[in-house]
Design a protein around this ligand. Structure first.
Ligand SMILES: [Mg+2]
Length: 213
């Protein structure tokens, strides 16, 4: 799928107002755009990585070459990877086993305790953990509440669960527009994400017929 992406940008804001819990520390196009060595130099020791539409497209049963490449890059940078996903337990376990990394076994993002448990799995304190995910309401909100560095990526594809499509994304789009209007996020970057998403939905993508599970 061809996505429209604006320039990547980074943000560091003091946490104070509630809306700041929805502003990522870093926003990039995808996993490949994350400078892992730089994270390491800034004290990050582990990456808590979402599965669906972050690591692999929603509905794909197992990691693809891109996912293996990311985990390998993280290893070379000295960062531990933990799978932190709201996908079903079997899917989490299968993806983690294929990649040779641990996964959080229970809990639901954005609960703070799940993020803390994920970091603890590999002996990391919250300030040593970076959360990587494609959703504001789960990945960014939960990570910020847990006092972690948060990295937002644009979704890999348009296919998602019914819950995400029907509820989470429409609210996310409204929040992104609101943050852009208030100058809290760059309007061009927000528009690029929303435009890419709309185009993906309009064009559609051949369904795989598989559901995560
Ligand atoms: Mg996701």
């Amino acid at each position: 799928m061809q996505r429209s992406n604006g320039p990547s940008a980074s943000y560091t804001l003091p946490a104070a107002a509630p809306w700041q819990l929805l502003v990522p520390d870093l926003w990039v196009d995808d996993l490949e755009a994350i400078d892992l060595d730089r994270l390491g130099r800034h004290g990050i020791r582990c990456l808590l990585v979402d599965i669906d539409n972050t690591l692999i497209p929603w509905g794909e049963p197992l990691p693809d070459a891109r996912a293996y490449r990311f985990v390998e890059r993280a290893r070379r940078a000295g960062l531990q990877v933990v799978i932190l996903s709201n996908a079903r337990r079997g899917r989490r376990a299968a993806v983690a086993a294929a990649l040779g990394v641990p996964a959080v076994r229970s809990g639901f993002k954005p609960r703070r305790s799940v993020f803390l448990a994920a970091a603890a799995l590999v002996g990391c304190r919250p300030e040593q953990a970076a959360v990587v995910g494609d959703q504001l309401w789960t990945d960014v909100l939960g990570g910020r509440r847990a006092g972690m560095f948060t990295i937002l990526v644009d979704p890999l594809g348009a296919e998602e669960s019914l819950l995400t499509r029907a509820i989470t994304r429409p609210v996310e789009r409204a929040v992104l527009r609101w943050l852009a209007r208030r100058g809290r996020l760059p309007a061009a970057r927000v528009q690029a994400r929303l435009a890419g998403r709309r185009r993906s939905v309009q064009q559609g993508r051949p369904g795989t017929g598989r559901r995560p599970g």
